[in-house]
Design a binder for this molecule. Structure first.
Ligand code: TXA
Ligand code: MG
Length: 340
């Protein structure tokens, strides 16, 4: 194949054509790192069965080694190789939500090296709902371990441009495609214990999970088991923009007035104020609006960073549907949370 592709600081910029995907596949097979689009956020992929390649993911991101990765599959048949003692509920959820924004934590099998799961006895598995991601996994012939393709601590990437901002020169390639449609990461649900627990709210809502499981599902933040947080990623303060973010929660009308007041106060002191628009001033929680807010959240945080604002002010959204994921990310990004 003679196709030539552009490089950015040494990182190959691939498109979603067949020759480009074939190139990505050969990089994965020889233990390299390829960032690829999914419906949630861009992932930074490597062969999940190659512990060297997996270690390189941690190095490229600057990710703490105790924070496990999600293993991505393209076919339900791969699940039984990756996990053991799979409960019936896992198949029920997989059938309903895969491909989709749900990662299921199960008991890890031996073919997945411990590095993937940061030494935990479990593994998180997800089948993404994105043609390029599914083609990449299928053509590579291996499950692909992939965290979000950002530098650790930065907002997750919802565009290939964000991936280049953070990782150009540190990874082998990025596959360029449209912006991610959901815009926040997958929901992580733990099915390895006695009852299902949501470890990270995300693209599949708690309500949707409860309607399939026909029970109330607890959301844990972060739960400690044997001295280790059950979802280690939850203990880090990430999704953080450079400027401190003030999150205003509480009564809807009061928080609007209060947010305006503190913005004015900072402006009078000569500071540049960034308002992260959560569009939720009006009326009842609106699930479609929340989906739009989610899809723009990380992009807007990155834009505010580029504008070099001194302070970011954001009002809480409702916690229905994907609002639970939005509020989880805002709380983790916040330097201060003010309840009015
Ligand atoms: O939507 C997504 O989930 C994206 C795309 C690329 O699939 N991936 C993603 O990966 O967000 P990452 O690494 O940024 O977040 C994975 C989360 C972390 O909070 C991690 O602690 C948790 O999943 N996790 C992974 N494996 C786990 C396990 N075995 N037990 C508990 N939590 C786990
Ligand atoms: Mg991440």
């Amino acid at each position: 194949m003679t196709s030539t592709f552009k490089r950015v600081n040494g990182t190959l910029l691939l498109d979603n054509s067949y020759p480009a995907l074939a190139r990505a596949v050969s990089i994965i097979r020889r233990g390299g790192l390829v960032a690829f689009p999914t419906e949630t956020v861009y992932g930074l992929g490597a062969s999940a069965t190659d512990s060297n390649a997996v270690n390189n993911i941690f190095l490229a991101k600057g990710r703490p080694s105790d924070n496990p990765l999600i293993v991505h599959i393209s076919s339900i048949n791969q699940l039984t190789n990756i996990a053991r003692d799979i409960p019936e509920t896992a198949f029920l959820l997989a059938e309903k939500f895969w491909p989709g924004a749900l990662s299921i934590v199960l008991t890890r099998s031996e073919i997945i090296p411990p590095e993937v799961s940061a030494g935990l006895r479990t593994v998180a598995v997800r089948m993404p709902d994105h043609k390029v991601a599914l083609d990449l996994i299928r053509m590579s012939g291996v499950p692909i371990a992939a965290p979000s393709a950002n530098r650790s601590g930065r907002p997750s990437p919802t565009s290939y441009r964000h991936v280049l901002e953070d990782l150009a020169g540190r990874i082998d390639a990025v596959i360029k495609d449209d912006d991610c449609s959901i815009g926040v990461e997958s929901t992580v649900i733990d099915l390895s214990g006695p009852v299902p627990v949501i470890l990270r709210p995300g693209g599949v809502s708690r309500e949707e999970l409860e309607s399939v499981l026909k029970l109330n599902v607890k959301v844990s933040a972060p739960l400690f088991r044997e001295g280790i947080p059950s979802s280690p990623g939850m203990k880090y303060r990430h999704y953080s923009p450079k400027a401190p973010l003030i999150l205003v929660t509480g009564d809807e009308t009061r928080r609007m007035h209060f947010a305006e007041k503190i913005a004015d106060c900072y402006r009078r002191k000569g500071q540049r104020v960034g308002i992260l628009n959560t569009f939720c001033e009006s009326g009842r929680p609106d699930l479609n609006r929340l989906r739009i807010i989610a899809s723009r959240l990380y992009r807007e945080l990155r834009i505010l960073d580029q504008q070099n604002v001194d302070i970011i002010i954001v009002q809480a959204t409702s916690s229905g549907g994907i609002g639970l994921a939005v509020m989880n990310r805002l709380r983790k990004a916040a330097a201060r949370i003010i309840k009015v």
